[in-house]
Design a protein around this ligand. Structure first.
Ligand code: UD1
Ligand code: CA
Length: 455
């Protein structure tokens, strides 16, 4: 089979510099959703017709299996499919999809393809309560005879509620012949793909129809409002699947997954969390409200408390993170670690049972096991030009408000006194601190406010 995806249209109503088919749905371009669905059918060729937005479209959509056909100017859907013809295998049928109809499902297409076989024309149609704007499916004695576009339709045709979704499958050699004979003598002065239906009927080729499992599958995106509506449909379905798998969602309407979320047993997710990229959550872990988690593995039984942001990190089993923690790329936390509020970490490994509970920055740091990082600890890892490493060995205790000026090492079991600015390595099992002498000025008097002078 060949698949042609039409993606040349301009998308004027999006009011955007980004080509319409590149707008993201669930974190992925609309067109990429359609390409993935096409791939799931295992076609011999996938040809994408592009035009508006130019090379930005092929550049954004990866795949060595994809063929590209430029349509310039854009003279209608029939003209668009014509541009793909040189790439198609004439011996196999051709399925036409739309780059701006992202929720189309594999099962629906499989049913359409089965209905059409290799010799018939298959149309995906749907009954709509409000068919305004769509091409209407005209039948005689139950048989499809042609499609008339809304703008070309008379009142009788406009009363028909069965509409053309645009998705069709056709025998390729015949399709090429029908397209070659299209005219643009219609209300929009366009070459309509839909006119191939009447041509097939004229040639005595059977025309069959199939309907989508869910009408949402055929909804297109023409505006930001429609994009947002389809995003909700997508997220709602995905939330349903997660709950079927046993994930406890506080509110399925307040979850956003922009990528691939995999959950173990008894995972609980509170409201308004966003998951991006590839996220794995282990058995019994819980995610508090308002967390954003990207490309991260979370171990079994870990608790991520509210308002935590985690990127490209891994969190050990039974760790407790947040509230208000920020874990930047390269953070690796061992089992039963604790990272509390207003702690930022980057490119930092912290081994089992270590804690950084309050107000700290740990960058380019290796922390051993059972280490306590006091409140207000800062690793000074950057001198304005280069980054340096800090190493804190097992069982060290870092007093509050300490600066570790990297590169520097704190030995095993060492203690740093509160307020230390550490510029040289701290030896094992000793107390190290840098502090100016505390003094009390006996003669000092607190200033008092001068009385206001009269004018
Ligand atoms: C088309 C169908 C109509 C159907 C409707 C479903 C035709 C003539 N009409 O109408 O029967 O009910 O879809 O949504 O086919 N495109 C190109 N190049 C072009 C023109 C369009 O690539 O020259 C692409 C667009 O980017 C879009 C798709 O084809 O993805 C549909 O084009 P659009 O102009 O929206 O067709 P409709 O008028 O909605
Ligand atoms: Ca349309």
């Amino acid at each position: 089979m060949n698949v042609v995806i039409l993606a040349a249209g301009m998308g004027k109503r999006m009011r955007s510099d980004l080509p319409k088919v590149l707008h993201p749905l669930a974190g992925k371009p609309l067109l990429a959703h359609v390409v993935d669905c096409a791939r799931s059918l295992g076609p011999g060729r996938i040809v994408i017709v592009y035009g508006h937005g130019g090379e930005a479209v092929p550049r954004a959509i990866a795949g060595e299996d994809l063929l590209w056909a430029l349509q310039e100017p854009q003279l209608g859907t029939g003209h668009a499919v014509m541009q793909a013809l040189p790439h198609l295998d004439p011996a196999a049928p051709t399925l036409v999809l739309y780059g701006d109809v992202p929720l189309i499902g594999r099962d629906t297409l499989a049913r359409l393809l089965a209905a059409a076989g290799s010799g018939r024309l298959g149309l995906l149609t749907v009954e709509l309560p409000d068919p305004e704007g769509y091409g209407r499916v005209l039948r005689e004695g139950g048989r499809i005879v042609r499609i008339v576009e809304h703008k070309d339709a008379d009142d009788d045709a406009r009363a028909i509620r069965e509409v053309n979704t645009g998705i069709v499958v056709a025998p390729t050699a015949a399709l090429a012949r029908w397209l070659g004979a299209l005219s643009n003598d219609n209300a929009q002065k366009e070459y309509y793909l839909t006119d191939v239906v009447a041509a097939a009927v004229h040639d005595g080729i059977g025309v069959v129809s199939a309907q989508p499992a869910d009408a949402c599958e055929t909804l297109g995106v023409n505006s930001k409002a429609q994009l947002a509506a389809l995003e909700r449909v997508f997220q709602h379905r995905l939330a349903g699947r997660l709950m079927d798998e046993g994930v406890q969602l506080a509110d399925p309407a307040r979850l956003d997954v922009r990528g691939e979320l995999t959950c173990g047993r008894d995972v609980a997710i509170d409201v308004n969390c966003v998951f991006e990229g590839k996220v794995e959550i282990g058995d019994g872990a819980s995610i508090g409200a308002h967390c954003v988690i990207r490309d991260t593995r979370i171990g079994a039984g870990a608790q991520i408390l509210p308002f935590t942001l985690i990127e490209s990190s891994s969190i050990g089993a039974r760790a407790r993170i947040g509230p208000y923690a920020r874990l930047r790329p390269g953070t690796e936390l061992g089992e039963e670690t604790h990272v509390g509020n207003f702690v930022e970490m980057k490119n930092t490994r912290m081994a089992a049972k270590s804690k950084a509970n309050h107000l700290s920055y740990l960058g380019d740091t290796t922390v051993g096991e059972r280490v306590n990082i006091g409140a207000g600890t800062i690793t000074c890892n950057y001198d304005g030009a280069n980054k340096y490493q800090t190493v804190i060995e097992d069982d060290a205790f870092i007093g509050s408000d300490t600066q570790l000026v990297a590169p520097v090492r704190v030995g095993r079991g060492a203690t740093l006194g509160a307020g230390t600015t550490l510029t040289r390595d701290a030896p094992e099992h000793k107390l190290t601190m840098s502090r100016t002498q505390q003094t009390t000025v006996e003669s000092w008097k607190r200033p008092v406010k001068k009385p206001a002078r009269k004018p």
